[in-house]
Design a protein around this ligand. Structure first.
Ligand code: VGL
Ligand code: ZN
Length: 208
């Protein structure tokens, strides 16, 4: 597969916080870094996202007395999985992995900075209404197709993929360039939802 000026690779949350040793580690998460490095040069356009929470963010279990990480609670905008404190603004945990080698990345998009609402998706916060501006940015640049890689498959990658479809982009997920968290079946649910929305599943070996 070949890509051109109307395509963008979005590298999702390739941060220490989601790698082994981080605060919200995704099993084998670091293994996607060389895969993303290999495919990135085939793209004219690359955007990287960065989960970027203020201290005391409402998605943190520590912000809800008596609650533990990975429990689910109801917040005004819906169900919220509670996470360990992670990717706090300005900390090492929030930094992009130093082995990422994508100097031609054009935009680093931060998300999750509103204290009372999570943002798995790079397009909208979890209230489904507060936008990040990414859809306008991509549309204005004439981009029609979004290719996704990164962490975690079942949260930030999947929600970004579903929003990309809703915003009218053709959407591909590079399966082996992603890893999942998988809380209570979330990984297979995410693939089902992406399939139903018309998201295509490809392999990194298809690119080049
Ligand atoms: C993510 C949980 C909480 C992700 C971010 O990047 O998938 N997951 N914050
Ligand atoms: Zn987060």
């Amino acid at each position: 597969m070949r890509f051109g000026v109307k395509d963008v690779l979005i590298g999702v949350d390739l941060q220490y916080g989601f790698m082994p040793g981080g605060n919200l580690p995704v099993a084998d998460g670091h293994a996607v870094v060389p895969v993303v490095n290999r495919i990135a040069p085939y793209f004219d356009n690359v955007v990287l996202t960065q989960d970027w929470h203020p201290p005391g963010h409402w998605s943190f279990a520590s912000s809800h007395p008596g609650r533990k990480p990975y429990e689910v609670i109801r917040l005004p905008y819906g169900e919220q999985v509670l996470w360990p404190d992670h990717c706090v603004q300005g900390t090492h945990d929030a930094e992009l992995h130093a082995d990422l080698d994508i100097p031609h990345a054009q935009l680093i998009l931060r998300k999750g900075y509103h204290k009372a609402v999570d943002s798995y998706s790079a397009f909208h916060a979890a209230d489904r209404t507060t936008p990040t501006g990414l859809a306008s940015y991509l549309h204005e640049r004439g981009i029609t197709r979004v290719v996704l890689a990164g962490l975690a498959t079942d949260f930030c990658v999947a929600w970004t993929a579903l929003d990309a479809r809703a915003a009218g982009f053709e959407t591909l997920v590079v399966e082996d360039a992603c890893r999942g968290i998988n809380v209570e079946g979330s990984l297979s649910n995410a693939w089902d939802a992406m399939k139903d929305a018309g998201v295509h599943r490809i392999a990194s070996a298809d690119i080049g």
